[in-house]
Design a protein around this ligand. Structure first.
Ligand code: ATR
Length: 283
């Protein structure tokens, strides 16, 4: 039986270096089962110095799009012909669409995934709240615009290298509520503290004042914890009586759901996948 173009199985990949341990293929395969969408989704390790060559090959072979992760998100942004508002402001893209006319559309769903996890899954309000964002690298830049779009009362970026936090705050200054500095410049209490530094990867903790978390406030680590071990920042939250402590597993699943929606026009239900990841059924 011949396969008509409407029944063609769409092909996707997540591209990074390294990439072997990515959970994205399992997540997207589960979304496909839940929604009835036909797709294939695999991991692809691009050479560090030839991301563009890898993309060219995929386009020539008729693939439909890809997710992009470290260290290629900025290059993914650069090669795009058109970008979503969030990708445009992030200076980085995690989702590419290969269009039939050969052009590339770029989106960045990291920030929308974070906001969705906070507001929808965890019931953490952002509007009129005081948010402290730790770190000033690509991960933080990628989520700033979606966070600001929720109209917090204040957003302070604190970073080990204060100049980078100041420059980032300056870049997004239009929204008015944003400012930045070093960890020593953190003043007052915050309703939500988000850790976007790479410190958790090394089991380290940014030096935070003991009194910077408001009573009942939330601590969110963009890194994810293992089944048995919280990150150093999550432990800090527990020791400082946080009302809620969470890792970035929900952000991972929600950014994937937003990417799925960009490609297929359907936003899958996410709690099944999130529970599966937590229980080790989806890996
Ligand atoms: P990513 O794309 O993950 O954001 P990045 O752009 O290299 O990676 O940024 C890493 C962030 O983690 C930076 O904010 C970095 O602080 P500096 O700008 O001062 O380098 C922060 N970081 C890394 N290790 C850290 C540590 N041990 N303590 C505090 N901050 C750390």
């Amino acid at each position: 039986m011949s396969v008509s173009s409407s029944e063609k199985i769409k092909r996707f990949a997540v591209i990074g270096h390294p990439i072997a341990h990515s959970k994205s293929p399992s997540i997207h395969s589960t979304f496909a089962q839940l929604t009835g969408v036909q797709l294939s989704y695999e991991t692809l390790e691009a050479p560090v110095d030839d991301f563009k060559g890898t993309i060219d090959q995929l386009q020539k072979a008729g693939w439909d799009g890809c997710n992009v992760t470290v260290p290629f998100k900025e290059q993914a942004w650069q090669i795009a012909d058109e970008r979503s508002l969030f990708a445009g402001r992030a200076g980085a893209a995690n989702t590419l669409v290969f269009r039939d006319d050969g052009s590339i559309y770029a989106d960045n769903t990291d920030g929308s995934g974070l906001v969705r996890d906070l507001q929808h899954n965890l019931q953490v309000e952002l509007k009129n709240k005081r948010i402290l964002l730790l770190g000033a690298g690509g991960a933080v830049r990628g989520v700033l615009e979606p966070l600001l779009a929720e109209k917090p009362a204040a957003l302070f970026i604190a970073n080990r290298t204060a100049a980078k936090a100041l420059a980032l705050a300056e870049d997004f200054a239009g929204a008015g509520v944003i400012s930045g500095g070093g960890f020593g410049d953190i003043e007052g209490e915050f309703d939500l503290i988000i850790n976007g530094t790479a410190a958790s990867l090394q089991g380290e903790l940014p030096p935070l004042p003991d009194d910077c978390l408001a009573e009942g406030g939330a601590c969110y680590d963009m890194m994810y914890a293992t089944a048995t071990q919280s990150t150093a920042f999550m432990l800090w939250g527990e020791q400082h009586s946080a009302g809620l402590v969470a890792d970035g597993m929900g952000m991972l699943v929600e950014q994937a759901a937003d990417a799925f929606n960009v490609w297929h026009g359907i936003r899958p239900e996410t709690l099944t996948v999130l529970a599966g990841l937590r229980e080790g059924i989806v890996s």
